[in-house]
Write a protein that binds this ligand. Structure first.
Ligand code: ADP
Ligand code: MG
Length: 703
């Protein structure tokens, strides 16, 4: 038996938890910290000094040599600049490890090279990091040693958000404030805030790193840009929930341990649909912490893979022909006195607060379907959404039979007296128990599905930060709550008013509800008939954040200013163009330096064989036939290569911005597809021994 892991003991070991603060801080300081955490406000500098010292002492006792303000710039990943605790030595040359309250609260990295979308010229490089007291500090153990990581927000000199955390925190406050107005209307006077909770399910691929390192596409782009399908794909569905192989199991065990130490509640693990694809889900928590933890999960997945001689691919579509990876963002709203506003209870048809919340969410999602779609876009996700494996690029809402029926009754008659019940599930085996069935089945194909007491936003990409989807969700729902509360707070007859409002919202926005097969072609036609937006790509989605509608929404709740939105749109275009540029250059490199030379060599071998066979007086038809076919494909590939080089050069010379991003999407991507096709055909024709890098079969079936 292997060593026993004491999970209770290691959980949160590397986190400066509230418990540790309580132990280490004077009572009054601890109380002050807790108050700021719960109610906002600012910690006094004197208290910050005390907290900093306690934090540093704890970190140093656990081996830390450095601290960092850990933040989330608009690159979508995290950033850190390490500072050691080393201070100026005294006269006798003795040095004491130091860390002040000032250093804890505020940092000023020279951060001029992060994307700012024009918010900051390079000569105005100042960017500040500010301690986010609501997300606990933690220790990262890596080859650099132990680093104390302090979660921070990142803003410009003028206070504009340069990161993903600041708007998220703003959106959480907005939705809390508006949701509180709703629960107050129903007599809840105890709640003081409403918390957005999030549980993200993270999909990923694992491949052998020695093989991955032989492929420039995996190194530079994180996905394969060439590759013929293996003889077997996922058609047997034997990988999904299959027995976890030993090598992967050892990885998962280590990964869980590392995550538990960091206070991440890694909960479920299983094999996913595609070969070499897996999933991990933590238990849900406050949106802000869930976002931070998801970043930690992604980073830890990559780091632990390295230790196991593997590479973790988080790209949304690392391999053509098998499923890509997403992230199911489970979201709900709970009051601090424990009421989940998305819990329908046993009789949703009689739960007026729930019906109002549902009606508001229908309104929010219908009105801002474009924004929600945008929040889940990144270059990789363009390969998934609408591609028959992931939800379509059209936003719709799945409510399930029971709720859909309630909505229908309310729309038709203004009343909902009937409730479809789940009934009993009879197994037909006397020794098996009969179950109470859920009233509703699941729908895998819906991008935004109600699942019992939460919504599951299933469109999000696997590599992307979940900050934007949650910022958007919080914002659009805050707006709908606000508008409802504005009406209901003034109503003379609350019961009548709320009844009318639910009916009105549900009638107006029922077009967003769809319970059928979201992957079908009919749905695309039907959605078009309903007037629902079908935004097919990241570049087409980018502009949705600066429409008048979007600016009004985000400015109203102080989540983004118009300038911040405009800069973010610019960054989206830049990010897209840069990503496709790297992919195109990688393809050019692999085609020119690896595939073409390998195939040229192979044609020489074939030609030599043809001559030798002929000289020996035998029939060389097969050999020369093969030579002719390979040569023809090779010529086609060379032509496509020249064309890609040409459009790529043209794109690279264009001015940054929207037009260039669209050129990459429309012209460069097509040229990339045109190059890939003959290359993949050649892969299937030539001797495996001469193929210059590992194939799909090698990569996803031999981990
Ligand atoms: P599923 O059956 O869809 O896989 P699970 O119950 O396993 O659902 O949950 C998937 C994710 O949703 C987990 O991260 C879980 O913690 C999270 N989750 C569960 N309940 C809620 C909730 N009320 N709000 C937000 N997330 C939740
Ligand atoms: Mg789920």
């Amino acid at each position: 038996m292997s060593e026993v892991m004491n999970v209770e003991e290691i959980f949160g070991k590397n986190v400066f938890t509230l418990g540790k603060m309580k132990e280490r801080l004077p009572r009054n300081v601890f109380k002050e910290v807790k108050k700021v955490m719960e109610q906002g406000g600012e910690l006094s500098l004197a208290s910050a000094d005390v907290v900093a010292k306690a934090m540093k002492d704890w970190a140093v006792e656990n081996g830390a040599t450095h601290y960092t303000h850990w933040f989330q710039p608009l690159t979508g990943i995290t950033a850190e600049k390490h500072d050691s605790f080393v201070s100026h030595p005294d006269e006798e040359g003795k040095m004491l490890m130091e860390f002040s309250g000032k250093e804890l609260i505020k940092g000023e990295p020279d951060a001029s090279s992060f994307p700012s979308g024009g918010l900051r010229a390079t000569f105005e490089a100042r960017g500040y990091t500010a301690w986010d007291i609501t997300s606990p500090a933690f220790l990262k153990e890596a080859a650099t040693g132990v680093i104390l990581c302090i979660p921070t927000a990142f803003c410009s000199y003028k206070g504009e958000a340069l990161d993903k955390k600041t708007p998220l925190l703003r959106s959480m406050e907005a939705v809390s404030e508006q949701a509180l107005r709703i629960v107050r209307l129903f007599g809840n006077t105890e709640a003081t805030k409403v918390v957005a909770s999030v549980g993200p399910e993270q999909e990923y691929f694992l491949v052998d790193s020695k093989k991955a390192l032989q492929r420039d596409d995996l190194i530079y782009a994180g996905r394969t840009l060439f590759g013929a399908p293996a003889p077997k794909g996922q058609e047997l569905e034997d990988h999904y929930f299959g027995v976890i192989r030993e090598r992967i199991g050892a990885y998962m065990k280590d990964l869980n341990e590392e995550l538990w130490k960091l206070g991440v509640t890694a909960k479920t693990q299983h094999n996913e649909v595609a070969p070499a694809q897996h999933e991990l889900a933590p238990i849900y928590e406050t949106a802000n912490i869930a976002v931070d933890h998801n970043q930690i999960v992604m980073e830890t997945m990559k780091r632990v893979a390295g230790k196991h001689g593997m590479r973790c691919l988080l790209h949304e579509k690392p391999f053509a022909g098998v499923n890509g990876s997403g992230k199911h963002n489970n979201w709900s709203l709970t009051t601090d006195n424990g009421v989940n506003m998305l819990d329908p209870g046993d009789t949703p048809n009689e739960n007026i607060q729930f019906l109002l919340v549902l009606a508001c969410i229908m309104k929010a999602v219908d009105r801002h379907a474009d924004l929600l779609r945008q929040s889940a876009s990144d270059p990789g996700n363009d390969h998934r959404l609408g591609a028959n494996e992931a939800p379509p690029a059209i936003i719709s809402m799945f409510l399930g039979e029971q709720l859909e029926d309630v909505v229908k009754q309310l729309v038709e008659t203004g009343e909902a007296h009937n409730l479809i019940e789940g009934g009993k599930l009879e197994t037909g085996v006397s020794t098996l128990p009969d179950f109470e069935k859920d009233a509703t089945d699941r729908n895998r194909t819906s991008p935004f599905a109600f699942t019992g007491n939460k919504f599951e936003f299933r469109m999000v990409g696997s590599a992307d930060s979940i900050a934007s989807p949650n910022t958007t969700l919080n914002a659009i729902v805050a707006e709908a709550f606000c508008e409802a509360a504005d009406i209901l707070e003034k109503a003379d007859n609350f019961e009548m008013a709320v009844h009318d409002l639910i009916k009105e919202y549900m009638t107006k926005h029922q077009r967003i509800v769809f319970n059928g097969d979201g992957y079908s072609d009919q749905w695309v036609v039907e959605a078009n008939r309903r007037g629902l937006p079908n935004i097919k790509s990241m570049v087409e989605a980018a502009g949705t954040i600066t429409t008048d509608k979007a600016v009004k929404l985000f400015e109203k709740f102080g989540i983004y200013t118009k300038v911040e939105l405009e800069s973010r749109e610019e960054i989206l275009y830049e990010n897209y163009a840069k990503t496709i540029n790297i992919e195109a250059l990688t393809m050019i490199e692999m085609a020119s330096k690896q595939i073409v030379p390998a195939v040229v060599k192979y044609t020489k071998e074939l030609a030599d064989t043809v001559n030798a066979v002929k000289a020996a007086g035998a029939d060389a038809q097969v050999q020369s036939g093969l030579l002719a076919k390979v040569s023809e494909k090779l010529a086609g590939m060379q032509k496509a290569l020249e064309e890609l080089k040409e459009v790529e050069a043209k794109a690279a010379a264009m001015e940054e911005g929207k037009e260039r991003a669209f050129f990459y999407r429309e012209t460069v991507m097509s040229a990339m597809d045109a190059l890939r096709a003959p290359a993949d055909e050649l892969e299937m024709m030539v001797d495996k021994k001469v193929w210059p890098f590992p194939t799909y079969g090698d990569l996803i079936f031999e981990v």
